[in-house]
Design a protein. Structure first.
Length: 121
């Protein structure tokens, strides 16, 4: 699947959905952005964050034309696994990342699952 220049030229930002430590670290690295409609490219998820908010944010980030990559903590992706697994567009790319309190499990990663299916494993 090839994405032409028209599909990628305006995709300048990373988005992140994750715990406070992950989001804060990435914001300190400089990924934070608020657009003209006051939409942020990040969501801090904690125990009080409603599942509907996480789902809406994920869907919003996948529709935005200025986001190239969505980073999501794997334990948060587990909460919305059906949405993450069903997402199949090339842009924005969805990458699952570990968090400080939740180790990365490659068996749960949607990208690695697709690779295994491709190679017949």
């Amino acid at each position: 699947m090839s994405a032409g220049p028209a599909n990628t030229k305006d995709r300048n930002f990373l988005a992140v959905i994750g715990d406070e430590d992950s989001v804060t670290g990435l914001l300190l690295a400089g990924i934070g952005h608020v657009n003209q409609q006051q939409k942020r490219n990040f969501l801090v998820v904690d125990a009080k964050t409603p599942l509907a908010t996480i789902e809406e944010t994920f869907q919003e980030f996948t529709r935005r034309k200025d986001i190239a990559i969505i980073l999501i903590n794997q334990h948060v992706a587990e909460d919305i696994r059906e949405l993450v697994d069903n997402y199949s567009q090339a842009f924005p790319a969805v990458l699952e990342i570990p968090s400080k309190d939740h180790p990365y499990d490659p068996e749960k990663d949607s990208v690695l699952k697709r690779v295994r299916r491709l190679f017949g494993e």
